[in-house]
Ligand binder design. Structure first.
Ligand code: AHM
Ligand code: MG
Length: 333
């Protein structure tokens, strides 16, 4: 019997990122690699706890007490705490912005490094209790030359990010990352505790067959969105698109990157700026989409060109296959 032996040349995320930096001839200090190691550790911690959540009473509201009378931390509070602690302790960050914190966190001089990390520690939290996929989204900027780290280092166009990614906690934990030269996907090998390269050079198909919108908001949608959706559901030629909507951005974007199609969370008559956050949801996902050969727009402008005025601002989002998103844009013109 031919039993297959395990590969002895596995490509871990750390190995891959280092290799990439050497290949590109960037002046490698190893700082970004060390920062990404810290992020990987937080993803492993969160993945483990998401899996255990049901067993150890992590679901439900923060502030609740368990039978022992101890305060239970909600998963998203836990995810936020581990990220802040690990990123600060990495010594590689200067400014942190989290969806969970009103204000940006400026790192003390002793721990300060040259990167800024913007993140949503656990996105899609409304899905936690049902065991549906959730994820961590992050974007990384380098502080401006001469800066010691202020909010202005993150109030910058998304195109200035040096890296972006997400980790999806599903049947396996998948980390998808771009450092500006394409997109790669890694799967957590729980036995090794390492993210292994499983999806090299992800390219979003130029056209897909799936649309992903919360159509429950249709009554509020603006005309271009209504008309676009009509065009793919009642096509004059060919088959109509399939609907897939999880309501967890990481999962909906992950599927869109792999299978193609269009994901949308538009601004509408009720949510004047949309729902998704520009800095740590739209930017990282737009960065990944473009790096994978797709398009990310508000309908009117390229998402990565927007310069945020405040850290928690929202924006309209459409992203995915180039041709599908271009079709949508035509309805805005
Ligand atoms: P959250 O940050 O409160 O979890 O909200 C963000 C999530 C995204 O993951 C998802 O794309 C969207 O909200 C779904 O919103 P809706 O439930 O309105 O469809
Ligand atoms: Mg969120």
């Amino acid at each position: 019997a031919s039993e297959e032996l395990p590969s002895t040349d596995i490509i871990t995320l750390t190995r891959h990122v280092l290799h990439d930096q050497f290949r590109l001839g960037v002046a490698v200090t190893g700082d970004l690699t060390l920062l990404l190691i810290a992020i990987q550790t937080t993803s492993k911690f969160i993945a483990t706890n998401v899996r255990k959540a049901r067993l150890i009473n992590l679901v439900g509201l923060a502030g609740e007490t368990n039978v022992q009378g101890e305060e239970q931390k909600k998963l998203d509070v836990l995810a936020n705490d581990i990220m802040i602690n690990a990123l600060r302790a990495s010594g590689k960050t200067a400014v942190l912005v989290s969806e969970e914190n009103e204000e940006a966190i400026i790192i003390d001089e002793r721990n300060r490094g040259k990167y800024c990390v913007v993140f949503d520690p656990l996105d899609g939290s409304s899905n936690i209790d049902a065991g549906v996929n959730i994820g961590t989204i992050f974007g990384i900027y380098q502080i401006k030359p001469g800066s010691t780290g202020t909010i202005h280092d993150v109030l910058r166009a998304g195109s200035e990010m040096v890296a972006a990614g997400y980790t999806m906690y599903g049947s396996s934990a998948n980390l998808v990352l771009s450092t500006g030269s394409g997109v790669n996907g890694y799967t957590l090998d729980a036995a090794l505790g390492e993210f292994i390269l499983t999806h090299p050079d992800i390219k979003v198909p130029s056209r897909g067959k799936i649309y992903s919108f919360n159509e429950g908001n249709s009554v509020y949608f603006h005309e271009p969105v209504v008309e676009y959706l009509k065009s793919i559901k009642y096509p004059t030629a060919g088959a109509p698109y399939s609907a897939r909507y999880i309501g967890s951005m990481v999962a909906d974007v992950h599927r869109t990157l792999l299978y193609g199609g269009i994901f949308g969370y538009p601004d509408d008559k009720k949510s004047k700026s949309g729902k998704l956050r520009l800095l740590y949801e739209a930017f990282p996902m737009a960065f990944l989409t473009e790096q994978a050969g797709g398009v990310a727009t508000t309908g009117r402008v390229r998402i990565l060109d927007i310069v945020p005025k405040s850290i928690h601002e929202r924006c309209s989002v459409f992203l995915g296959s180039k041709e599908d998103v271009q079709d949508l844009i035509k309805f805005y013109e």
